[in-house]
Ligand binder design. Structure first.
Ligand SMILES: [Zn+2]
Length: 323
């Protein structure tokens, strides 16, 4: 088992224990407030236990005893509900509130499959994108500020940066809305500090909450994975499988990696394979198309042009406005 998976498993165990401790505290609070509920709880246990003993002793009267038990339970349940309603306390106060209701924070669904929340957490850990969670909190579509972008047209572009961003923003939202049916991927290109990472993280957040499995990886890390794979240093082959298999693959800052020449075939294979199966990607890069072509080949850029909606971001660095 990979180290990442081991760490996530440990986190889930803690998460589950926290939920159970919260539940225990809540039950204790409610019992303090309505002591009769504690008595009822004892009565239920006692009555249940006695009934089993009686059934053993008098098997012939089993049905009759069961009926008595059911009635007694119903009566106590009614009394409990009345008391809770009177005090304005939720009827299911004894239930654990797990973060994920699908797997109750165990990581596995009832039919034994790995839960999507667990799969996603392992991927986040594996691709060293632990900062992705911080980014996802900061970057969402509703936090995007168009007013950070100047509305003046310069002689370099026919639209103002704001107008350009508005269009890109709308198309990115649409990309998420149509995710199940469309086949085009996205590429954001332009200098640092114009919101490429912000927009892609907003899309990632939206798609994860829609239940998609997303792998977000920085190019530098991606090429380290390729290198490790080549020399058999990868602990878990699943890391590679996920790059091919996930619903959305985000490669951030393509071009920032140092040694891409030696491992380009890996990158090409992933992009070829994904595009041929209609699986989508988001690529962020500071490089423009001629630079990309010089660095990665003409074949690479023609793949991009064919399968990606390419957005050019321009304007001034907005990061200082976001502090
Ligand atoms: Zn889950």
């Amino acid at each position: 088992m990979s180290e990442a998976r081991e760490r996530v498993r440990e986190r889930y165990r803690e998460k589950r224990e926290r939920a159970q401790r919260r539940r225990d505290r809540r039950v204790e609070e409610v019992y303090e407030l309505i002591p009769r509920l504690r008595e009822i709880n004892r009565e239920v246990n006692r009555f249940g236990f006695d009934s089993i003993q009686r059934m053993r002793a008098e098997p012939m009267r089993r049905k009759e005893i069961q009926k008595e038990l059911d009635e007694k339970f119903k009566e106590l349940e009614r009394e409990t509900d009345e008391l809770l309603d009177k005090h304005g306390i939720e009827r299911d106060f004894k239930k654990c509130r797990y973060e994920c209701m699908e797997c109750e924070d165990t990581g596995y669904t009832q039919d034994g499959r790995m839960c999507r929340c667990f799969k996603q957490s392992i991927a986040d850990e594996e691709y060293n994108s632990s900062n992705i969670n911080v980014l996802l909190k900061k970057c969402s579509f509703d936090k995007f500020r168009l007013d950070y972008y100047p509305d003046e047209i310069t002689d370099k572009h026919k639209e103002s940066p704001r107008r350009n961003m508005e269009r890109i923003y709308n198309r990115t939202v649409k990309f998420c809305e149509d995710f199940a049916v469309s086949e085009k991927s996205l590429m954001f290109t332009g200098p640092t500090g114009l919101g490429k990472t912000f927009l892609s993280c907003a899309a990632v957040g939206r798609l994860i909450s829609d239940g998609y499995f997303v792998v977000y990886v920085r190019a530098t890390k991606l090429f380290t994975i390729f290198e490790d794979n080549k020399f058999g240093r990868l602990g878990d082959r699943k890391v590679i499988d996920d790059l091919y298999g996930c619903d959305l693959l985000v490669i951030d800052d393509l071009g920032a990696e140092a040694d891409s020449r030696f491992n380009l075939s890996y990158l090409f294979d992933i992009i070829d394979d994904r595009t041929s199966r209609g699986k989508k990607m988001i690529i962020n890069t500071n490089l423009n198309l001629p630079d990309l072509e010089r660095r990665y080949s003409a074949r690479f850029t023609s793949r991009l042009v064919e399968h990606f909606q390419i957005f050019f971001l321009y304007g001034e660095d907005i990061r200082f406005k976001m502090i």
